[in-house]
Write a protein that binds this ligand. Structure first.
Ligand SMILES: *Cc1c(COP(=O)(O)O)cnc(C)c1O
Length: 347
């Protein structure tokens, strides 16, 4: 049997390679010796660039991946008798193998519903009311994903409303920003507008899906919230000894707005993919395409035919709904090839 080349192009945005600007900085950092454990000039430079970007004197930490960023940020905010409200489709809940519960030593995730991957305030309020007294774990954080797992984007107003709701109840607002760049590209606003100015206390800012090999930032907008966080990182095995090699590629992303260019490209390609699938292959697009994700409904026959042609992608939510991701390196040519295969499979 003929073996087709496996195509991972749309399976995730972490199937993409390292973007050129990040790679150049990695190469540039690879000369001579330098201080370890973050005591180097490149790690310091990342801190400066992040503070400039967010226009805020914030505390900035580098970790290896997003699961650790989220779990350790929440562990910093919550004790074991607390709870975290998040969306039922939140990565925290579905894809972190219990890391938030593990690192908080037992804080409970309370799952809120809401259309298009966004937390519905009234449903979140109901969760609060269910935890009224001594017998139930008290919510201590509300976690939003921006952009969401379903490829949508919270507006600044939506974040502000949820932040006020959280703060009025003595909760912190955590933002899982594995695709924060895509949200900024979609909204075209200053990063401060949808973070600390809208009440976000801690942001996990993803670099991996934006074009790095590895490396996410944990940003506390109030420095005092970050007290002793470096010990938490070290204990969790997330303090890079050669941190300069995590930091250098971030300098590549944050210099000249490469992070934003990468995200704009990914978003633009997703819009283009959705449009062509609709027009040329009569495919239903399931959620609003606001960032770099396209959800499609495919018949089993069509999905099978595409897999036989080598295309890999994940089914999400319902068995016949599939997620297609675009990245900084998605090309028009790949989209054309995929759409042609979908059209043929659907004919
Ligand atoms: C990818 C992703 C993460 C981080 O995942 P890791 O594999 O741990 O790096 C976190 N949140 C969301 C919404 C993601 O899509």
């Amino acid at each position: 049997m003929e073996t087709r080349r496996r195509r991972d192009d749309f399976a995730s945005d972490n199937t993409a390679p390292i973007c050129p600007e990040a790679r150049v900085m990695l190469e540039e950092a690879n000369t001579g010796n330098a201080p370890s454990y973050g005591d180097d000039r490149r790690t310091r430079r990342v801190g400066e660039l992040v503070r400039e970007l967010f226009e805020r004197d914030c505390a900035v930490y580098l970790v290896f991946n997003g699961t650790a960023a989220n779990a350790l940020a929440l562990a910093q905010l919550c004790q074991s008798h607390h709870a975290v409200i998040c969306h039922q489709h939140a990565h925290l809940q579905t894809d972190e193998c219990g890391a938030p519960e593990f690192f908080t030593k037992g804080a409970k995730l309370l799952l809120a519903g809401g259309a298009d991957g966004k937390i519905d305030m009234e449903l979140a309020a109901k969760l609060f009311d269910q935890q009224p007294e001594l017998h139930a774990q008290q919510p201590r954080a509300l976690s939003l994903t921006q952009s969401t797992e379903l490829g949508t984007v919270y507006t600044a107003d939506e974040i502000r409303v949820l932040a006020d709701f959280a703060h009025q109840r003595s909760c912190f607002l955590h933002m899982d920003g594995a695709r924060f760049a895509n949200a900024i590209a979609a909204l075209g606003c200053a990063p401060k507008l949808i973070t600390w100015q809208s009440g976000v206390d801690v942001l996990c800012f993803g670099g991996t899906k934006n074009g790095l090999a590895a490396g996410e930032l944990v940003i506390f907008f109030e420095k005092k919230l970050a007290r002793d966080f470096e010990y938490r990182l070290k204990q969790a095995g997330q303090l890079g000894s050669k941190m300069r090699f995590l930091a250098a590629p971030w300098i590549g992303l944050l210099t000249g707005d490469v992070w934003l260019r990468n995200a704009r490209h990914a978003n633009h390609m997703a819009a283009h993919l959705a449009e062509r699938l609709r027009a040329e292959a009569r495919i239903d697009i399931i959620f609003p395409v606001e960032a770099n994700t396209v959800f499609v409904r495919l018949s089993q026959r069509c999905a099978q035919a595409l897999r036989e042609r080598g295309w890999d992608f994940y089914s999400f939510i319902e068995p016949d709904v599939y997620r297609l991701m675009c990245s900084w390196c998605t090309s028009e040519k790949t989209i054309a090839e995929f759409v042609a295969d979908v059209a043929a499979a659907n004919a």
